[in-house]
Design a protein around this ligand. Sequence first.
Ligand SMILES: CC(C)(COP(=O)(O)OP(=O)(O)OC[C@H]1O[C@@H](n2cnc3c(N)ncnc32)[C@H](O)[C@@H]1OP(=O)(O)O)[C@@H](O)C(=O)NCCC(=O)NCCSC(=O)/C=C1/CC=CC=CO1
Length: 267
Amino acid sequence: MADSVLYEVTDGLATVTINRPDAMNAMNTETKVALRDALRAAGADTAVRAVLLTAAGTRAFCVGQDLKEHVGNLAADRESGSKLTMSTVSEHYNPIVRALTEMPKPVVAGVNGVAAGAGFGFALAADFRVVADTASFNTSFAGVALTADSGVSWTLPRLIGASRASDLLLFPRSVKAQEAYDLGIANRLVPAESLHAEAEAVARALAAGPTVAYAALKESLAYGASHSLSEALEREDVLQTRAGASEDHSIAVQAFLSKQPPRYLGR
Ligand SMILES: CC(C)(COP(=O)(O)OP(=O)(O)OC[C@H]1O[C@@H](n2cnc3c(N)ncnc32)[C@H](O)[C@@H]1OP(=O)(O)O)[C@@H](O)C(=O)NCCC(=O)NCCSC(=O)/C=C1/CC=CC=CO1
């Protein structure tokens, strides 16, 4: 894999690190391909039971599309009369967000710095956000005369409400960590110096947890977001049957009755 994204698996935890700190971890083509492929690899690897998505450096988590690369691509498009540049949405951004949201295991975002544009979208596509007290969020899209992508039109209103989401999309501004926590964007706010340790601790706890139940939880939340209560109840029935058949469910019940901590197998 390219150096612009680091990928490491230890004890069931895949750590995916966007590694362009000198470019504010902006997404150029190489980085988008590497991130998409790393997330797909984590999703397919049965040894991986949780994923930590974070970034190198202290200044940025990811500022979205690399506008320095983008400006050259737009000029090439103009010259050739094509619209190839924007195919990055279907080729890269959508697959990255799908890999995060459809991953059958929990994803923790360790937000070490500013998350803007598509970078905000990646953080919102995670299941849990641990955020440095020095980090911030910016929708950014309208600032460069674009609409929302990377799922932000779906995730942001669900997290903070339609009215606040419209405000942040129409008037992009820096939402500092404390406000992000108050709005419900950040799940946990931690001192910047302990961001990586705290995010890893959350991700490791999830990696040691009941993987089948977590996958079912993710699926039922996604399903419930676009179905009726009646349909959600039907889906819960199917998913609860699946979780109930897992070895981890038996382990958990035995552990509870014997007053011991459970040691999950992830199956
Ligand atoms: C709010 C900011 C993210 C951070 O502000 P601040 O901390 O004050 O830092 P700056 O001084 O503005 O920036 C520091 C340097 O980084 C460069 N930089 C910042 N963002 C980008 C970027 N996205 N691409 C390239 N370079 C970037 C900035 O120019 C500075 O460089 P120099 O030191 O050389 O001057 C703020 O930086 C900001 O608003 N950034 C822009 C965010 C943005 O618009 N992102 C893109 C949104 S669109 C998107 O993500 C997705 C798509 C999808 C499909 C197709 C096409 C485009 O976009």
